[in-house]
Design a protein around this ligand. Structure first.
Ligand SMILES: [Zn+2]
Length: 227
């Protein structure tokens, strides 16, 4: 059986034979040839050795691929975590208020949404004419403009605002304030309180009236960035 012709044909078939893809008839011929031919036996041994090594290579690549995949998953999880942490962080330093009512017209209208800057008053004190969001009346949020600072005396006379007896020149309350409320007489502001007004003073419940009254500093939620 051993001759150059059959060996070259068998050799071409051996890779297929190793993978069990040859027909039953071919298998018989190949097997009987292998039993007799040393060269083809050596060849098929080297083939199966290569296949085994190939498997090892494949396993190694699979391992590497798995590692890369794991790293990707870790990165994705990390990014998702970072995303949630930043959202929670952002909620600590900002918030959104949807304004109801028209007490801050014309600067702010009913339904307007604003970001609340919650961090600024940890850096500096609230200033005159800042628009602030504060809690009052059992936790409800209100949005008004600061007019009087801690320690000042505020009075509203003939439609105009006076701080410590001085007329408060400003661009926000151009119209006469028709209702002075409690500020018809001088109102002394406490050391950690603010006197606030709605820009639309004819349609605003603010420091002139209960229940809002003077705003305690610890009830201020933050500042709204608006002129
Ligand atoms: Zn042979």
């Amino acid at each position: 059986m051993e001759n150059k012709y059959s060996c070259s044909v068998i050799r071409d078939l051996l890779p297929l034979y190793c993978k069990n893809t040859t027909s039953e008839e071919s298998n018989e011929i190949i097997a009987s040839h292998l039993a007799e031919c040393k060269h083809c036996q050596e060849y098929i041994n080297s083939l199966s050795e290569n296949l085994k090594n190939g498997d090892k290579e494949t396993q190694r690549f699979n391992k590497i691929a798995k590692k890369i995949k794991n790293r990707k998953i870790k990165t994705i999880i990390f990014i998702i975590l970072l995303f949630f942490i930043s959202i929670i962080g952002t909620m600590q330093i900002t918030g959104i208020i949807t304004v109801t009512g028209n007490s801050m017209e014309p600067a702010i209208s009913n339904g307007n949404k604003f970001f609340i800057n919650k961090i600024i008053y940890k850096v500096r004190k609230p200033q005159r004419f800042d628009v602030i969001v504060y809690k009052a009346d059992g936790g409800r949020l209100f949005i008004k403009r600061i007019v009087g600072l801690p320690g000042e005396t505020i009075q509203i006379k003939e439609g105009k605002i006076y701080a410590n007896g001085q007329l408060l020149e400003n661009e926000y309350f151009k119209n006469e304030i028709s209702d002075s409320g409690i500020a018809k007489d001088p109102v002394k502001i406490g050391s950690n309180e603010y006197f606030v007004l709605g820009d639309n003073s004819d349609n605003s419940k603010d420091s002139r009236n209960d229940p809002n009254g003077l705003v305690k500093e610890n009830l201020i939620v933050g500042k709204v960035n608006i002129k």
